[in-house]
Design a protein around this ligand. Structure first.
Ligand SMILES: Cc1cc2nc3c(=O)[nH]c(=O)nc-3n(C[C@H](O)[C@H](O)[C@H](O)COP(=O)(O)OP(=O)(O)OC[C@H]3O[C@@H](n4cnc5c(N)ncnc54)[C@H](O)[C@@H]3O)c2cc1C
Ligand SMILES: *[C@@H]1O[C@H](CO)[C@@H](O)[C@H](O)[C@H]1NC(C)=O
Length: 500
């Protein structure tokens, strides 16, 4: 028998409904359900709960139910918190010592600017109309230890009467002999026992290093840099309850508080960065001598202290993977297995949770009574591919374009980077709308394209003003090059979003 954990370890058992009935037995004994979900991460756990609420019989497979200990998925944008609410899972950010996030702040050499999330009319209107006027209508994000959040999501799935969780590692997909229809997955439990799980629909959400995706998407993840992470103790950030991005003559550094005493720092280091090479003293030395001096003075002591802690330094690849339409009968990729963007803007979980909201809407039993109706399911996945873009293309393009500017490695990009900061300094819509895009609150790709080119034009204007009349011929040529660079930066990412 596979290990079945119907109860989250450590939680009060009185809280749990009894799991029994024919569906439960089909899952537990016969390993058959309506849906098999591979991976109980951010996406899989929320999706299991979402499908379960609709009365679907859900099997959720996870290779390790231990609380994850990772440097990813720690800042949830307001657009992700909103998705949690829509799924009835907002309690998953409670009791985990999560920190409220009211916006970002950006350091550009010696200057610092605050970028608060704007009040979100479309999101909070109905709520604030109906009840207390005094509640602030500014949306908030949350930051936390990733493992604590995932443990909460998993617990919500585990205590659901329509979900059965198995601790097992999926190894391959089971297909029909004479068609490519997927019937379920094969898995290995406790490293020894072969198991088989069957369902009308198999959802693969096994994360960034997905071993299943290559058969179902022609894209492969592109990695140009890594984030190196450390946990700082009692670090003071320039603006409390705001994420912090530090820009200087090196790739960006990101900081945000994840618990009362803990602050995450993520330092972007491009592959083959000379100052982080072994010959130059490695990453540790790079952090000490190249990065630390460029950070605000109040951050430096805890940064240096963290560097000394043994095993403090951990890294993750920063990947880009454009999405594709799921076309396989009986199977779909979701989450990081389907689509990734640079984590600079902390958008991954917001994409994942909103995908759960959209997909459960499109596959609701009122739309798709039977998930075995593969034709209808595939039609809904096509709709899903295009409809998710209102939000996801904004987050994907913004993350990639902003990273190009913030990691500026040539003059044209450096002018765009400066222009971007000057643009924020203009205030008003120049700060509110970009913050709304970043937070997953404004879900209109055209708004992103507008602001991006406004930044490009401002960068060129600053260049002209600085050069004056005497330098105008040079500034004019440089201006054209800056504009062209802007097109080259954003163009490919827009095109990637337009593909099916
Ligand atoms: C450095 C870094 C920082 C990031 N920071 C943020 C951030 O601040 N905010 C944000 O929103 N996003 C962030 N992200 C992105 C975010 O972590 C992901 O988008 C998100 O975790 C994706 O969720 P997922 O469910 O697809 O994958 P995961 O959360 O990775 O879950 C995958 C699950 O599948 C399980 N699994 C894998 N293989 C198998 C198998 N064969 N069988 C059974 N189970 C399996 C794994 O154990 C895991 O539990 C960051 C990413 C990186 C790289
Ligand atoms: C579980 O599924 C049944 C249908 O099989 C449904 O009636 C019930 O409401 C679901 N339970 C929950 C808690 O959503």
């Amino acid at each position: 028998m596979p290990l079945i954990l119907d109860s989250p370890s450590g939680s009060e058992s009185s809280f749990e409904p009894r799991k029994s009935g024919p569906q439960e037995e089909r899952r537990r004994i016969h390993h058959t359900g309506d849906v098999v979900i591979v991976g109980a991460g951010v996406l899989g756990s929320a999706l299991a709960k979402g499908f379960g609420d609709q009365g679907r019989s859900v099997i959720l497979l996870e290779k390790s139910l231990k609380e994850p200990d990772r440097i990813v998925g720690e800042l949830l944008q307001p657009g992700g918190v909103q998705a949690l609410q829509e799924l009835g899972m907002e309690d998953c950010v409670e009791d985990i010592d999560a920190i409220r996030v009211k916006g970002m702040s950006v350091q550009f050499y010696d200057e610092i600017i605050q970028i608060p999330y704007p009040a979100a009319k479309p999101i909070t209107q109905s709520r604030s109309n109906s009840r207390k006027e005094d509640s602030p209508s500014k949306p908030q994000g949350r930051s936390f230890h990733h493992g604590r959040f995932v443990a909460k999501l998993r617990a919500a799935a585990m205590r659901h009467p329509n979900v059965t969780v198995f601790e097992t590692e999926a190894t391959s997909v089971i297909t029909c002999d004479d068609s490519n229809q997927v019937l379920g997955v094969q898995a290995i439990t406790r490293k020894t026992q072969q198991d088989y799980f069957f369902a009308d629909l198999t959802i693969i959400c096994d994360g960034y290093a997905s071993k299943f995706r290559k058969s179902y998407t022609h894209h492969t993840p592109k990695v140009k840099s890594k984030f190196w992470g450390m946990e700082l103790k009692d670090c003071r950030l320039p603006f409390p309850e705001h994420g912090f991005v530090s820009l200087a003559d090196r790739p960006p550094v990101l900081l945000y508080q994840i618990a009362t005493h803990d602050t995450r720092v993520l330092v972007d280091i491009p592959d083959n960065a000379p100052t982080a090479s072994v010959a130059a003293g490695g990453v540790k030395n790079h952090l000490r001598s190249v990065i630390c001096p460029t950070l605000p003075s109040e951050i430096r002591p805890s940064f240096l202290a963290a560097l000394e802690a043994p095993g403090a330094l951990r890294s993750m690849p920063n990947s880009f993977l454009p999405p594709t339409t799921n076309r396989t009968p009986g199977l779909a990729l979701l989450g990081d297995a389907l689509n990734m963007r640079h984590p600079l803007t902390g958008g991954g979980m917001t994409v994942a949770l909103n995908d759960v909201v959209l997909l459960t809407t499109l596959l609701h039993p009122s739309q798709v009574p039977d998930l075995a109706d593969t034709k209808l399911v595939l039609k809904q996945f096509k709709t899903f591919h295009w409809r998710r873009k209102n939000l996801t293309s904004v987050i994907n393009i913004l993350a990639q374009a902003l990273y190009s500017l913030f990691a500026a490695n040539k003059p044209e990009l450096k002018y765009l980077q400066r222009g971007c900061f000057r643009y924020f300094q203009l205030g008003g819509a120049c700060i509110e709308e970009p913050a709304g895009l970043l937070g997953g609150i404004i879900r209109r790709p055209i708004v992103l394209v507008y602001h991006f080119f406004a930044v490009a034009l401002l960068s060129i204007w600053v260049l002209y003003k600085e050069g004056g009349l005497l330098w105008f011929p040079w500034s004019f040529v440089m201006g054209l090059r800056v504009f062209w660079e802007a097109v080259v930066v954003i163009g490919p990412y827009i095109l990637a979003e337009m593909k099916s």
